[in-house]
Design a protein around this ligand. Sequence first.
Ligand SMILES: NC(=O)c1ccc[n+]([C@@H]2O[C@H](COP(=O)([O-])OP(=O)(O)OC[C@H]3O[C@@H](n4cnc5c(N)ncnc54)[C@H](O)[C@@H]3O)[C@@H](O)[C@H]2O)c1
Ligand SMILES: C[N+](C)(C)CC=O
Length: 489
Amino acid sequence: MTLKQQYIDGKWVNANSGNTRDIINPFNQEVIATVAEGDQTDSKNAIAAARKAFDQGDWPSTPATERGNIVRKIAELIERDKEELAKIESLDTGKTIIESRGDMDDIAGVFRYYAELADKDGGEIIDSPIPNSISRVVREPVGVCGQITPWNYPLLQASWKLAPALVTGNTLVMKPSEITPLTTVKVFELIEEAGVPAGVANLVLGPGTTVGSELSSNTDVDLISFTGGIETGKKIMQTASVNVKKLALELGGKNPNVIFADADFEAAVDHALNAVFFHAGQICSAGTRVIVEESLHDEFVKAIVARVEKIKLGSGFDDDTQMGPLISAEHLAKVEAYVEAGKKEGATVAVGGYRPEEPELQKGFFYMPTIFTDCTTDMSIVQEEAFAPVITVEKFRTEEEAIKLANDSIYGLAGGVWTSDIVKAERCVAKMRMGTVWINDFNLYFPHAPWGGFKQSGIGRELGKPGLEEYTETKHIFHNLKPEPINWF
Ligand SMILES: NC(=O)c1ccc[n+]([C@@H]2O[C@H](COP(=O)([O-])OP(=O)(O)OC[C@H]3O[C@@H](n4cnc5c(N)ncnc54)[C@H](O)[C@@H]3O)[C@@H](O)[C@H]2O)c1
Ligand SMILES: C[N+](C)(C)CC=O
């Protein structure tokens, strides 16, 4: 097995320390790759390379059309290597190969979308109030960007950062999650092949506490874009303040899925499951808080329980597998503790609530899809992000109560509302405090629409035009065409 290396200043390099890390398949705990395990010194080297490429290199002043062409080439290479990338992503995360193929299509789409936007903003002329002057606004790259990504959608979350940073002329250092770095390593091979100049895009591998914290604390980094947990986000926010870095945080969610009695029953039932059980519930926007109108509650619960009982667990590479394992033994232990807390708090386990017993699943980090009923907002299982295949069901009687329950969270990432009454739907979404709200749908995202959180789910937006603007500084240029002395002093 060849060692997967870091990519710094256009060269593939081992960790300074020579340390390595084994990457484990969560389905069977087999080692699928060994990667360089960097530390602060590797991070510093990568930051220095990115700084030099920004301050002395051509990338920031390369015509945007040309940068767009290179980013489009990356999209083409991802499409060429889609099957290999999808396979690596499934081996590394445990998600089904069908999900990984879908991710790769989305990822290529993100690079294509930003390649097309690259040369569409030529700035703006302001109608200057000062005679004999020109006032204009241009957007410039921010500088050196530190980019830190999580393990659940490793390459998808990386693409949301890489593509906009590159087309806008920034240089960057990316640090993927230490447990799922493999597709990011592969994409850096494609970044090299596409012709991104040395030093512009750098990759460091290793833990957040060393490699990652160097990115947030180093004063040569101008912007930090982080996707991950809320507690890590808070730490990054603190360390990033050292030089008032620009900050983009995509944090967790505890997302409500509100079902009114007049909803399309079959579609609402089906999407309540889609909203949670893809990737074993390890999705920031999973609709884990199902909030159902009382008159529909029993029928709805019966229908979702019946469907959940049939969910097939297994290898992500088997055609009939619907749900793979959790990411790690540590995460599985957290999920078990979360479910036990729910039981103690008085919620009822309607289905699941234990590890599967099939012999063929014993080497993997599997947990049964679980539904809790009799839930109330004061319970920890309703308030805490579990990142697990677990739904909590709450009841409501009035529209006002439904909205109150939906908003009763420190998070504000996403939410859904199901009803056939379009006026009611619009009334509800106007009051729901989340960055994305779906009406009669759940968990949809695409490159054209911004993504991000209200409240403690984050700061800033990825995707869409706002996702591009995060990587630019706005400069106002005032040109006096007839300078004259003022003679004040
Ligand atoms: N809002 C979104 O779009 C979105 C998308 C995906 C995941 N998430 C969130 O990500 C979380 C799960 O991911 P995770 O467990 O990998 O999160 P995490 O916070 O543990 O780790 C995320 C990344 O931060 C790094 N890191 C850890 N400590 C650090 C530090 N002190 N300084 C700098 N970097 C550090 C990790 O190595 C990893 O690369 C969930 O909360 C989920 O909701 C959010
Ligand atoms: C943002 N999303 C939905 C792709 C992954 C969240 O974990």
